[in-house]
Ligand binder design. Sequence first.
Ligand code: CTP
Length: 132
Amino acid sequence: MKIGYLSGTFDLFHIGHLNLIRRAKHCCDYLVVGVHRDASHKGKETFIPLEERMDIVRNIKYVDKVILSEREDSDIYFKGIVKYDYLFVGSDYKGTPRFNRYEELFKDTGVKIIYFPYTEGTSSTQLRKVIS
Ligand code: CTP
């Protein structure tokens, strides 16, 4: 059974989130999604409380399990929280220092990092701007 993992803040859940989750589930048997406590790592504030964001993600039919994320996706694996086979993320993260580091860390583990096309035209940041 192939286990997949992805993480996100999922504030103001939008189609970019759904596209990522749907594509991820099509590539694995069991999909675990980590939800970030807040968006402070991006210097942003969330509109929707953590419990509500987790509840929304938990009830998406492609999601098998929801957990609180670690700051680093690699910690989820190396701390043994979820021994995943695939780490999924949007293509906006390709080539970033964080994912370059993960590429190195996972080199000899058998874990594959899979980048899906970023969904243009929407993001939590854009939605927050409109609401504000
Ligand atoms: N993502 C995506 N397409 C979008 C927005 C996000 O594929 N339009 C992906 C990201 O690449 C990431 C995941 O969704 O793998 C979770 O992203 P998250 O930070 O929760 O969403 P954003 O809308 O990017 O949030 P923000 O604008 O606050 O940075």
